[in-house]
Design a protein around this ligand. Sequence first.
Ligand SMILES: NC(=O)c1ccc[n+]([C@@H]2O[C@H](COP(=O)([O-])OP(=O)(O)OC[C@H]3O[C@@H](n4cnc5c(N)ncnc54)[C@H](OP(=O)(O)O)[C@@H]3O)[C@@H](O)[C@H]2O)c1
Length: 259
Amino acid sequence: MDDFLRQYGPVALVTGASSGIGRSFATELAGRGFDVVLVARRLDRLKELADTLRDEHGVEVTVVPSDLAEPTAAGEILDAVAGLDIGLLVSNAGFGVKGAFEEGEAETLSSMLMVNCEAPTRLAHGLAPRLKQRGRGGVIFTSSVEGLMGCPYSAGYSATKAYVVALGEALWAEFGPSGVDVLTLCPGATDTEAPRNQGIDPATLHDLMSPDDVARSALDNLRNGPTHVPSARYRGLFDTLLAMPRREALTAMASQIGH
Ligand SMILES: NC(=O)c1ccc[n+]([C@@H]2O[C@H](COP(=O)([O-])OP(=O)(O)OC[C@H]3O[C@@H](n4cnc5c(N)ncnc54)[C@H](OP(=O)(O)O)[C@@H]3O)[C@@H](O)[C@H]2O)c1
């Protein structure tokens, strides 16, 4: 068994595993010998991925269909994995909407708060005692570069991701002394269903990363928290923006996105 699997194995729980970055996390982890628990709503996708991972990597795969916008979801997932030795939580499921804040549906904002904030919080809270007791393990939260500063015309999403950054930074400091590594992943534009779901043609995005590269980069940097921006271009851009006076940075960002 290699060091990575010994530190974070034997089982990883991945939310948002039915597509994009989460699917890549699950696939990469199975390739590293982890048994995986796959969580998302689309059961057909999860079952198909489970079959592939069992066939290709000979690992145990548990499928837990769940709508993380439901208040009972995190508790049900924790119950479903109570008998498994989870060493790594990858809290990755999330979604965003773009546009003028007041034009978005109020219900969508509430769902976004549940999926992007409540679910990661409750899953980390439920698994923390077991991870700390083991004295080894990890938590990865998928945030976004939009969590690093308020992004106009993406206000609700940006705010949920800022919450995730704060949660992840705090837990990095809290869990670290117990041997549990916490990393908050802040991807830039990534070639998944997410941009398309927001009406954005991925071909128009600069420095688009593949979800496989994003997931691999996060796993390779799990010890290098608290936060990780996998794209060099976005790392440079946000280093510049965050060093500017906030008003100028926000104006610069708003002009870049064409409003
Ligand atoms: N793509 C980007 O450019 C980008 C940039 C920065 C950050 N991110 C973040 O990366 C994470 C993964 O997104 P992605 O880009 O891989 O997009 P994606 O392909 O759309 O994947 C999103 C995943 O989240 C799951 N999910 C969404 N709503 C859910 C719900 N109510 N209950 C359970 N699962 C739910 C989806 O599964 P089901 O639909 O099957 O439920 C899917 O597996 C998200 O947190 C996103 O905010 C993405």
